[in-house]
Ligand binder design. Sequence first.
Ligand code: VG1
Ligand code: CO
Length: 541
Amino acid sequence: MGFQTTVPFDDQRPGTSGLRKAVSVFRQANYLENFIQSAFDRLTGLEGATLVVGGDGRYYNSAAIQTILQMAAANGVSRAVVGRDGILSTPAASNLIRKRRALGGFILSASHNPGGPDGDFGIKFNGANGGPASEVLTDSIYARSREIEGYRIRDGADINLSRLGEIGLGPMVVEVVDPVADYAALMDEIFDMAAIRALFAGGFRMVFDAMHAVTGPYAREILENRLGAGPGTVINGIPLEDFGGHHPDPNLVHAAELVAMLSGEGAPDFGAASDGDGDRNMILGRDFYVSPSDSLAVLAANAHCVPHFTGGLKGLARSMPTSQAADRVAAALGIPCYETPTGWKFFGTLLDAGKISLCGEESFGTGSDHVREKDGLWAVLMWLNVLAARRLSVAELVREHWRTCGRTIYGRHDYEGVATEGANALMAELRAGLAALPGSGLGGRAVATADDFSYTDPVDGSRSERQGVRISFADGARIVYRLSGTGTSGATLRVYLERYQPDPAGHETAATEALADLATLAAEHAGIARHTGRATPDVVT
Ligand code: VG1
Ligand code: CO
């Protein structure tokens, strides 16, 4: 047992999803240790407590886990539950924390960011409810990391994490568990697995792209073994430390292989992909892309088909930049729809208080009250359960939603790795101009409201300010601007566009075409080229 002296690092401020940095930053002496000790210093009740530890298997995952275990033992933790080979998807970790009544857990991932020695790494602490730590706790951990002078660590040998079972580590027990078993059991409880099995037995075909990230083993077990989807349903199913050199980001740009497989005659009925840590999802039909905002709305409208939701939905929530399609379904169902800042932790209090049953973000995140993270495979199973019950194709189901509620046409433009000063100046200018907008016209459209989104949590009363500039037009269209909190180099500007189209005659227009005017207006109004030097976005989703 040892005590190592250390010096603070200035930049250990956790962002929206914990601490996310280049691997080279994490490998600086004492960097990870400072963060872990700061967390331990600000947590109470370590003695006697259980801690869950696991990650998405990217480069540095194993080394980081060994350090965390030696530090947990030295800090008095009683039991550490670790996924075999250090693997746990983010939703599976959330489930384990809840199921084992743990004090919380460390989840190691940089989500959809590339991995490998030159890629990114990340770590976040999730609390006893299984969800990301509150801002109060992450701020307090950050404050501690600026004054820390030392950390506690054992200097034992590495633990073998490839064998299931218990290993003693000084006063602590390390329990190595099957990363898939508890998660798969939870899915069995939620869904009508027999109906989905019958769907596949009837010839329904799907492809799931695990993108060489963490969901491979989960998808193989659940889709292929338990549900009888044919072998080969899961592609890129072996988790690799560098994700095969790709961005494990399930969108039209980075999952191009899957998109190509779903197009044309003979394509499967259904396609899906998940990200590095398994919490995101992209849903495709044959020649059909489901925008994540529409996915949330369609799942909400059809949730009654799923055993877990037969009692009805308590309410819905969406992050502010997510389209208002879910609001329209909530209104039709007569249930509330909450609008929260970006990031899953804001859904956590609503879920804990029983105010909502389903929630989602435009960034390929969908989830429910079953865990406190978004959940990629769960979303895929939701779709499969609904398709099995409704006997419609993906495209038919979405078009039905458009006919009933109107289509909320949606797009997001990302300008990645721009200079921070330019991005900050752009946001400052937008904020300064907000007061003059309501009642005026912008590009020929009447502005109804314009503000910098702030949020008061209806459960715990906590305030979050400056969550993004939003301009709402009288015709239901919106432009939203915000800076990413998860990037690791420079700034990323996100521009979110949406337009309401109630007329079925306009439902088949491609989103990029339907949003072209709004995109030009958004770029001109914010002076994007002037501030960032970019004429076009890097990624459009
Ligand atoms: C992005 C998404 C946000 C999501 C966050 C974490 O954040 O826009 O909706 O909650 O990533 O997702 P930002 O601040 O870069 O826009 V994940 O899959 O990294 O846990
Ligand atoms: Co993720």
